[in-house]
Design a protein around this ligand. Structure first.
Ligand code: 13P
Length: 332
């Protein structure tokens, strides 16, 4: 039997990243609408099938994260998504949180929910063929947030989710995301990301989560969207790796979210990270930075499926090339 640790290694294998195609029905529908596509279960299926069947996707992608709707859908030819992905050498994953909801007691802050009935749902997902899961906690930077309460509450939920996944035989992607919204500088993002990670580590340890059987999906450490001076890739890489250094060497791997950065910036930052000698791989688990160009090229037109796939492949190739630089940079 393949162990959790082996799956986590497959997910972060050298030169590959993870494709996040797990937008909720609501988010996916509004993105389709903005691209001029009528949002239906079928158009959402067609779009995810376009992504999963991009030629040679497995060269740069080890796994795809889906939402519940897609995991239970079939390709147009009737093959279930999980089987079709595995046949292409790609591991299927499932987003299992039910979203960030207002957190009682903490006005303006959120807690990610989805723990109720989680063990049962994970058992079903494992039967359906999922190899891994994802849970995203979000933290907003303002002058007085994230509060200690929101950090600890969300870190505890992430740890409960991670422990439940490991018991169900699924690798948890642990995603604490410090959002880019705001005018803060990179120093404040460093401080908040470090505090969040410390709490996540503490909570994972309290529930005996095996770090060699998780993939950490953090934000890159950057300035806020409204800050006037964007940090350079070298500055982002230095700040990000500095925060990550507190994670022990047995962590299976780190796969960054793109967080709304323009695709080229996310790729340049990822490339800059590769010159650091870290005990864990540093790869990508991008959503928007990979799929937005594909959606814009496709726009729901059957005749442009190839264009959509070409756009996805170009961005996957650029990020795979970025992480493959690690071998070259570190062998000199
Ligand atoms: P972005 O790369 O668009 O931030 O999405 C990654 C993701 O999985 C968010 O949960």
């Amino acid at each position: 039997m393949t162990t959790i640790r082996q799956i986590a290694q497959q997910m972060t294998t050298f030169g590959k990243g993870i494709l996040a195609a797990d937008e909720s029905i609501g988010t996916m529908s509004s993105r389709l609408k903005n691209a001029g596509v009528e949002p239906t279960a079928l158009s959402r299926r067609d779009y995810r099938e376009l992504l999963a069947t991009a030629p040679d996707l497995a060269y740069g992608v080890s796994g795809i994260i889906f939402c519940d709707e897609t995991l239970n859908q079939t390709f147009a030819d009737g093959t279930p998504f999980p089987d079709a992905c595995r046949a292409r050498g790609i591991l299927p994953g499932i987003k299992v949180d039910t979203g960030a909801k207002p957190c009682p007691g903490l006005p303006g802050e959120t807690v990610t929910e989805g723990l109720d009935g989680l063990a049962e749902r994970l058992a079903e997902y494992a039967k359906t063929g999922a190899a891994f899961a994802k849970w995203r906690a979000v933290f907003t930077i303002t002058d007085n947030t994230p509060s200690r309460g929101s950090i600890v509450t969300n870190a505890n939920a992430l740890a409960r989710y991670a422990a439940a996944c490991q018991e169900a035989g699924l690798v948890p992607i642990v995603e604490p995301e410090v959002l880019m919204a705001g005018a803060h500088g990179i120093g404040r993002c460093t401080e908040v990301t470090a505090a969040v990670h410390q709490s996540v580590r503490e909570q994972l340890a309290l529930l005996n989560v095996d770090l060699a059987g998780i993939v950490l999906k953090p934000n890159m450490v950057t300035e806020g969207d409204d800050h006037p001076h964007p940090a350079t890739p070298d500055e982002v890489a230095a700040a990000t790796v500095d925060v990550l250094r507190s994670w022990p060497g047995d962590l299976a791997g780190v796969a960054f979210l793109s967080g709304g950065q323009p695709p080229q910036r996310a790729t340049a930052n990822l490339a800059a990270m590769q010159s650091y000698d870290t005990p864990w791989p540093l790869t990508f688990s991008f959503g928007r930075a990979l799929v937005s160009p594909a959606l814009a090229a496709w726009r729901g037109d059957e005749e442009r499926i190839g264009d959509g796939q070409a756009a996805l492949s170009a961005h996957v190739a650029a990020n795979a090339a970025a992480v493959r630089m690690r071998g070259e940079l570190q062998s000199v």
